[in-house]
Design a protein around this ligand. Structure first.
Ligand SMILES: [Fe+2]
Length: 342
C-alpha cells in the first residue's frame, strides 16, 4: 500500500530513486533529516524506495488505529521506553533467527523475542564543570556522596532517560539501595529537577551547579550548533565524565527499529532492517546523531571520539525495561521531583 496515498505528501520524505524495486514505509519518531543519509544509502544499494512518516507523538496509537491495513513496515525510534511501548502495544512482530541482524546487533541490545533491535547507543553521562570539578572519573554511586550537596542538576526524574538509568541502578544494586541512593541524590540537587539535558550544561556555565546528568549526543548537538551558537558556550563549560568506567560501565540506552505487526512490504522491511543493522549503516546513522554504533569495534564520528572512549554497561536493555516501573515508583516514593529537603 502506498503511504503517500494515505497520508498526503506533505508529511513524507521520500528518497528519490530511479530504480524503484518496490518500497518500504517507515514510521519514525526520529526527524527525517537524521535518518535520510542512511536511508539514501539503502536505496542506492537496493533500489528500494523509502517513505518516512515522522511523528512526534502517538506512533503506537496510530498503528493500532490503522489495524490490519496499516502501511507501517518498519518503526524507528529512540529509547527502550518507546521500543517497549511498541512491543507492549502490539504493533510489532518478531524477527527471529535472522542471522544477519543477530550477528550485527549484540544480544544485550536486542529483544530476546526479536520484537526490537538497537542500532545505536547513547551514554547517560556526567557533565562536569571544567572550571570547578577536578575529578576526571566518577561513578553513579558517588553522586549520592554529601560532598556534592547543592551541586548537582538534573532534568525531571520521571523522564525516560533518567528512568532508564535508575532502572540500571536497581539491576546493579537492588531496590533498597536505589531508594536510598535516589534520596541522597535528590538531597544533593541544587534545585528541583527541571529543563532538558542541555539546560543542565547551561546551568553549569551559569554557576548554578557543578555536575549534571545528560545524554552524550546533546554534547555533540551543542558543540556544533550554528543556529544557537550560545549552546557552544554551554558545551565548552563542561567535560564529559563516563561514570563507572572502571567497573560495570556507563549506562547506555538505544535507538532502534522494529518490524511493524502488519508490514505490507515485509520482504523489503527485512532487507531494510538487515541493512540498518550492518556495521556500515550503523556508522552512517550514528554519525548523523552523535551516537555510538551498537556493533562492537564500529567507530563513532570524530566529534564523538573526541570525548574519549565509552565502556558501555553490558546489562541487557530488556533487563532495564523490566525495572522501569519500579524505578518510576521509587522516583515518586522519594519525592525526587520536589527537589532537595532544606
Ligand atoms: Fe533526547
Amino acid at each position: 500500500m502506498r503511504l503517500s496515498a494515505l497520508l498526503g505528501m506533505s508529511s513524507l520524505t521520500a528518497a528519490p530513486t530511479a530504480l524503484a524495486d518496490g518500497e518500504v514505509n517507515i514510521y519514525s519518531y526520529r526527524q527525517p533529516d537524521l535518518i535520510k543519509p542512511v536511508l539514501d544509502a539503502f536505496t542506492k544499494e537496493t533500489g528500494i524506495k523509502t517513505n518516512v512518516l515522522f511523528l512526534d507523538k502517538g506512533l503506537v496509537e496510530r498503528i493500532q488505529a490503522e489495524g490490519a491495513n496499516s502501511p507501517a513496515d518498519v518503526i524507528m525510534t529512540v529509547d527502550i521506553a518507546r521500543l517497549m511501548e511498541a512491543k507492549d502495544g502490539g504493533v510489532t512482530q518478531p524477527v527471529t533467527d535472522n542471522e544477519t541482524i543477530n550477528k550485527d546487533v549484540p544480544a544485550n541490545f536486542r529483544d530476546p523475542q526479536g520484537e526490537w533491535f538497537g542500532l545505536t547507543t547513547r551514554g547517560r553521562v556526567v557533565y562536569a564543570s571544567k572550571e570547578r570539578v577536578s575529578e576526571d572519573a566518577i561513578t553513579y554511586e558517588e553522586l549520592a556522596d554529601p560532598k556534592w550537596k547543592g551541586k548537582i542538576c538534573i532534568r525531571d526524574g520521571q523522564h525516560s532517560y533518567n528512568i532508564g538509568l535508575f532502572a540500571s541502578m536497581i539491576a546493579a544494586h537492588g531496590e533498597d539501595y536505589t531508594e536510598k541512593w535516589l534520596t541522597d541524590l535528590k538531597n544533593n540537587l541544587a534545585h528541583k529537577p527541571s529543563g532538558g539535558d542541555r539546560d543542565q550544561a547551561k546551568a553549569i556555565l551559569a554557576g548554578e551547579c557543578d555536575i549534571a546528568l545528560g545524554n552524550t549526543y546533546y554534547v555533540g548537538l551543542m558543540q556544533t550548533n550554528e543556529k544557537e551558537p550560545e549552546q557552544k558556550d554551554w558545551a565548552a563549560a563542561i567535560k564529559i565524565l563516563f561514570p563507572n568506567a572502571a567497573d560495570r560501565g556507563t549506562h547506555v540506552n538505544i535507538s532502534g527499529m522494529a518490524l511493524a505487526k502488519n508490514a505490507p512490504n515485509k520482504d523489503n522491511a527485512l532487507k531494510l532492517m538487515e541493512f540498518l543493522a550492518s556495521g556500515d549503516a550503523q556508522k552512517i546513522y550514528a554519525e548523523q546523531v552523535y551516537e555510538y554504533p551498537v556493533m562492537p569495534g564500529a567507530e563513532p564520528s570524530d566529534v564523538v571520539k573526541a570525548w574519549g572512549p565509552i565502556k558501555p554497561d553490558t546489562l541487557p536493555l530488556s533487563d532495564i525495561a523490566g525495572n522501569r516501573k519500579k524505578a518510576s515508583e521509587l522516583v515518586d516514593k522519594v519525592g525526587f521531583n520536589e527537589g532537595p529537603e532544606t
